[in-house]
Design a protein around this ligand. Structure first.
Ligand code: SAM
Length: 199
């Protein structure tokens, strides 16, 4: 059965007219550029990549990026950019509720503004030993910012990322409020963690 998220996000991306409003990569991801550069050349996975703002950035550093999203509108647009600009990004249209990838494939996995709790164990499996996970999405404080109009299932509980990824080595964890490019406030949890290397 088709996931209703596909139509929902296709409509959003059609309305947004992809490419008209330039989306910047995450500042937090960019602040770790030195660590990322030490990891290249390598393979990266952008989970629920949307218009690929973080995929473009990772490709610019030398990563070969698998960029997965359910929206065929977003993936078609991204594929066009990749062809036109000759980028090392492989756009993949797929439902992350069903996707299966090879274990220990990625040096870096990024997950921004997307929450699918069932995917947490897979993310750990998909990382290569020594690989890095960057995770950022809204947390429980965001519900108050939206005056309780958001379902609690779609936001992280406090410290949830630390517990979910406790088998990784924690490098950075923060729960904070950030300003979006639309000057709105958004409370997020961030985690940067590394999969232990074989000893
Ligand atoms: C808020 S956007 C975030 C996009 C991107 N990560 C970013 O930070 O700009 C959420 C994305 O999740 C994608 N998405 C929603 N459900 C999905 C699913 N089941 N499988 C794959 N992608 C999905 C949507 O199409 C959308 O592009």
């Amino acid at each position: 059965m088709k996931n209703p998220a596909q139509d929902k996000w296709n409509n959003k991306y059609r309305d947004r007219k992809l490419g008209h409003k330039h989306q910047q990569p995450s500042d937090w991801l960019k602040s770790h550029e030195n660590l990322l550069k030490r990891t290249t050349p390598g393979r990266a996975l952008d989970i629920a990549c949307g218009d690929g703002r973080n995929s473009f950035y990772l490709a610019s550093l030398g990563f070969t990026v698998d960029a997965i999203d359910i929206s065929d509108v977003a993936i078609k647009w991204l594929s066009q950019q990749v062809n036109d600009q000759g980028l090392s990004i492989k756009p993949i249209q797929g439902d992350l509720e069903e996707v299966s990838l090879r274990e220990e494939s990625y040096h870096v996995i990024v997950n921004f503004i997307y929450l699918q709790r069932g995917l947490f164990p897979s993310m750990i499996k998909w990382l290569k030993p020594g690989g890095y996970l960057f995770f950022e999405t809204m947390n429980i404080d965001h519900i108050e910012q939206l005056k309780n109009s958001m379902n609690r299932d779609y936001v992280l509980e406090k410290n949830e990322l630390i517990l979910a990824f406790k088998e990784l080595e924690l490098i950075d964890h923060k729960e904070l409020t950030v300003n979006t490019i639309n000057s709105e406030q958004r409370s997020v949890s961030r985690l940067l963690a590394r999969k232990p290397s074989y000893s």
